[in-house]
Design a protein around this ligand. Structure first.
Ligand SMILES: [Zn+2]
Length: 235
């Protein structure tokens, strides 16, 4: 088969043989692919940098016995993420989220991931805001659009908000059920602000840390409930 060229981001991988690596690649056109990169763990290997998590580039893939990477033109390896431990872990948590949901070709998710990594790497955003934003958008991207400031049961304006895990939406005190969690006003506001804020503006955000933490807990719980995937506990 003729080689294919695709933009892709490295999500992770495992070492195999003496110098090879089996790489978990998220490609723009074909979704997730397990590809092998030969000899890349050698000191002088040409594709040494391209095997690392976060690496974004144009990958040339050849299908034969498995899929082999023969060439990579690195566009950005987000190297700065490795210089800041907090950012590095937050970035890894974002890659893990992608690993837990991405399978088929999902160009929109690919672009979203790229945007999240760029913001995390180059902008001065408060700890976990990029993760929060990605988690929120990912849930909506999966078809669980849940943020509304009206009750999902009766349509009333929400002054006191509960999040109903069964229904997957915010509800008012009269519509709450056993699967509803009460949310502080601050946390509800934090979800709303994150929902309305683009990645470009995340660096200007300042949420109270209690509200942000509560919002993150809810976002993680909601995604876990919707897709049955355990979200990495990052705090
Ligand atoms: Zn209601």
């Amino acid at each position: 088969m003729a080689p294919i060229k695709t933009k892709a981001i490295v999500l992770g991988g495992t070492n195999v043989k003496e110098k090879d690596r089996l790489v978990d690649l998220f490609t723009l056109e074909q979704g997730r692919k397990l590809v092998s990169m030969r000899g890349v763990r050698g000191e002088k290997a040409k594709l040494k940098m391209a095997k690392e998590p976060f690496c974004f580039g144009e990958f040339v893939l050849e299908e034969g016995k498995g899929c082999v990477v023969t060439q990579v033109e690195i566009i950005d390896n987000f190297y700065d993420l490795t210089k800041d431990l907090d950012k590095y872990y937050e970035g890894c948590a974002i890659l893990d989220l992608v690993k837990s949901v991405a399978a088929a070709s999902e160009p929109k998710l690919f672009i979203e991931l790229l945007q999240a990594l760029k913001t995390l790497c180059y902008e001065n955003v408060k700890k976990y805001y990029v993760f929060d934003k990605f988690l929120l958008d990912l849930t909506e991207f999966l078809g669980f659009s849940f943020f509304h400031n009206k009750c999902g049961g009766c349509g009333a304006t929400l002054n006191i908000a509960y999040f109903d895990l069964d229904k997957g939406c915010f509800v008012c005190p009269s519509c709450k059920s056993e699967s509803s969690i009460k949310l502080s006003n601050g946390a509800f506001k934090a979800v709303e602000i994150l929902h309305n804020c683009d990645y470009e503006k995340l660096s200007t955000l300042q949420l109270s840390s209690g509200s942000e933490r509560e919002a993150l807990k809810l976002l993680a719980l909601n995604l876990e409930w919707r897709v049955g995937v355990k979200i990495l506990k990052i705090k």
